[in-house]
Design a protein around this ligand. Structure first.
Ligand SMILES: Nc1nc2c(ncn2[C@@H]2O[C@H](COP(=O)(O)OP(=O)(O)O)[C@@H](O)[C@H]2O)c(=O)[nH]1
Ligand SMILES: [Mg+2]
Length: 395
């Protein structure tokens, strides 16, 4: 027995077509409404699909019942198969069109440029992926051609990812205690000296305050000498404390001071034992102080993650980003800080005490990203004016 399926716009047309193609012996088995033509269901027209068979006999009545049942079942199977095949075709179409869109977007020069800029600045893969998804989500294919518009949005998004921690303040309830922790050589001691000068010597923005430095980094002669030299030049006293009891006594002595800055031992973040000991000594501050973590801007992303984690027990409030002058790529640090939601309080960008320190500001960091046009006015309308927050008037 030969079966067939054919389609036409109306049942009448379908039967005519059947007769034309298969002659008088063609018999109609089933018919159903379908969509004909169009692309992915669009612009399709209503139509009819029929199935039938060629009878050996001209009389329909001569087809035995059993035979008829078999024919019907076969036709239904064929229809289901046909339906599945059609759906597969449609799915193939959808997948293809998706691939097509994605291909278009990577080919899209704006997205490609943004990706290149972010990669050049060492932003992490995850950070770049999120930014690209955001661009795709917020800009139509047409708008993607407007690079300056995307660039402006990108600068704003990166800026929004930067959290700022307010600068150290002199509280009414004296003294305020700030401790700086962090890996060896990142610039803790230099930063303590810079801050001591700003608050201790005073400037246009900061009236002279009573400042004391305490250091628990007194194992190395060179470290001791370094802070003593600063103390001498600035005439801001420094005291050395080696143990919990030492620190407790010194703090008790300094109760009438405005600000106490505590410098710590530069320890490798993997030196758990030493870190534990340092925590014990610092616990002499009780809950009156704040701890802040210094990280060099030159640190690579995976190391930043590691440092953030290892120093977590100190419950540091913010990041002091040092040595910004030593790198033109801060994407790695910005990516990790954004992912871990860590705010930045200060930025240091040189060895000179006290000049080379600034209160953290989105604009300052954005300007460090190479290849992006930063419209200062626009950024300042979003994130506030940088001059208004600058601590340092020595510059
Ligand atoms: N280029 C640059 N060097 C810095 C900066 N801060 C500190 N340094 C230098 O880094 C070295 C280590 O600084 P130090 O304060 O002793 O680091 P510590 O071990 O964390 O106390 C010294 O040579 C500093 O002059 C900075 O912002 N930029
Ligand atoms: Mg030091």
């Amino acid at each position: 027995m030969q079966y067939f399926t054919l389609q036409a716009y109306t049942l009448r047309d379908a039967i005519d077509k059947m007769k034309r193609h298969y002659g008088e012996n063609a018999r109609l088995l089933t018919h159903r409404g379908i969509k004909i033509g169009g692309i992915l269901g669009f612009f399709a027209r209503e139509g009819i699909e029929i199935t039938g068979y060629l009878s050996d006999n001209t009389s329909r009545k001569t087809v035995p019942l059993e035979e008829k049942k078999k024919i019907l079942e076969a036709a239904q199977k064929e229809q289901t198969l046909g339906k599945i095949l059609k759906e597969i075709e449609i799915l193939k179409g959808i997948v293809k069109s998706r691939e097509h869109i994605q291909e278009d977007e990577t080919k899209n020069s704006s997205i490609r440029r943004i990706k290149e800029i972010l990669e050049q600045n060492d932003f992490t893969h995850n950070y770049i992926k999120k930014i690209i998804m955001k661009i795709r989500g917020e800009f139509s294919i047409d708008a993607l051609n407007d690079f300056p518009k995307i660039e402006r949005a990108l600068v704003k998004w990166i800026g929004e990812q930067i959290t700022i921690y307010p600068p150290f303040r002199i509280a009414k309830k004296k003294p305020t205690i700030y401790t700086i922790i962090g890996p060896t050589g990142v610039g803790k001691t230099t930063t303590i000296a810079k801050l001591a000068a700003i608050y201790g010597l005073g400037n246009k923005k900061h009236p002279t305050a009573q400042v004391r430095m305490i250091t628990i980094d007194n194992y190395r002669i060179a470290a001791k000498k370094q802070i003593e030299t600063y103390a001498d030049i600035m005439q801001i006293p420094v005291t050395f404390a080696e143990t919990y009891n030492d620190l407790k006594k010194v703090l008790a002595l300094y109760q009438d001071m405005d600000l106490i800055l505590i410098d710590t031992i530069g320890k490798s973040p993997s030196d758990f034992e030493k870190l534990g000991e340092m925590r014990r000594i610092l616990s002499a501050c009780g809950n009156t102080g704040e701890t802040h973590l210094a990280i060099s801007a030159t640190t690579k992303a995976s190391d930043v993650e590691n440092i953030l984690r290892q120093f977590e027990p100190f419950m540091y409030k913010s990041i002091i980003l040092t040595k910004l002058d030593e790198t033109s790529r801060i994407g790695n640090v910005l990516s990790v800080l954004s992912e871990q939601a860590k705010p930045i309080s200060y930025i240091t960008d040189g060895q000179v005490v006290p000049q080379d320190i600034e209160e953290a500001h989105a604009l300052r960091l954005l300007m460090n990203i190479e290849g992006l046009r930063i419209e200062r006015d626009h950024i300042e309308t979003i994130f506030g004016r940088q001059d208004d927050v600058s601590t340092n008037n020595w510059r």
